[in-house]
Ligand binder design. Sequence first.
Ligand SMILES: Cc1cc2nc3c(=O)[nH]c(=O)nc-3n(C[C@H](O)[C@H](O)[C@H](O)COP(=O)(O)OP(=O)(O)OC[C@H]3O[C@@H](n4cnc5c(N)ncnc54)[C@H](O)[C@@H]3O)c2cc1C
Ligand code: FES
Length: 308
Amino acid sequence: MSTLPLPPLAGMVPCARQQTVPLVAQTRIARDTYRLRLAAPQLAAAALPGQFFMVKAPGETDPLLGRPFALYDVWGDDPATPAGIDLVYLILGKATRLMPTWSAGGEVEVWGPLGNGFPLPQCDRLLLVAGGIGNTPFPAVIREALGRHHYGTGAGASGASRQMPRPLAPDHITFCYGVRSAEYLVGTDELQGLGIDLQIATDDGSRGHRGFVTELVERWLTRHAGNAADAQRVAVYCCGPERMMKGVAHLAARFQARCWLSLETPMACGFGACFSCVTKVKEPNGDWDYRRTCVEGPIFPAEVLDLD
Ligand SMILES: Cc1cc2nc3c(=O)[nH]c(=O)nc-3n(C[C@H](O)[C@H](O)[C@H](O)COP(=O)(O)OP(=O)(O)OC[C@H]3O[C@@H](n4cnc5c(N)ncnc54)[C@H](O)[C@@H]3O)c2cc1C
Ligand code: FES
């Protein structure tokens, strides 16, 4: 593996708030996929790329528990004081089936920002890999890596304000994005507008490469991390289905590239109380222990996870 020290992961952000906030807009943006635009300036100022929010309908008891959704991005006219957050969800089960009935003008209960967030990229080339709705953390990661937005700036909020000391050039950010078919793709026009290298894979060949997104990842690593010196200069951030993340982690290990995974472990409380979200991690002394994905994660260096 790389001899570079791993960038420190941000700790739990102590500024998580529970708020009932206005739903400004709900927009269908892809098949079974919607964007919630929430007016929440404090949450927008505090959130870091890769953090998440527990979301539910106010006063609703069925389902009783909120569901976790990653920060998609912040929005607003003035980048220094964003007006709110965007969340993007795919309809999956009980809660997400009800969410499209929420109307603009109503309210949503939000708890967050939660979790650690992705580390600030410390690399020459950044490879982002998403499978399906695992794309949601990446618009914010990309804008931060390009130096287009500074996250966590909320005065007195998280204390986690940070910015890229040396933003990456757009052509040094590659986003390998795999979905079942083109109708599930989210936000590709905006991503292309940022000038990054966007590589799409679809299972049915309806857009981009026909096949697994891991095939694009292997091609990229061969080109940009083919020798030890190059491998030290890249970082891989990945989010998506477990099997896909396992494939990406194994590829990164083979090429000795640093890799972080954002786990989408089902969660009950989201703030560390119930231990329903634990994942097995390797301790520095080689022993195994458990960590709560909602507090110590959801982002972990791939090499500490038990992926077999
Ligand atoms: C940190 C984090 C960030 C997330 N960000 C997003 C996001 O930005 N957008 C988005 O659409 N989803 C995201 N998810 C997943 C999202 O939380 C689930 O899709 C949601 O909780 C499903 O709720 P539900 O009531 O509709 O489904 P449920 O009725 O709870 O579940 C339906 C079925 O899906 C399974 N399931 C539930 N949750 C998951 C999961 N996380 N992974 C795999 N299977 C699951 C259940 O076991 C069940 O079989 C995230 C999850 C985590 C942990
Ligand atoms: S979801 Fe309750 S401890 Fe993580």
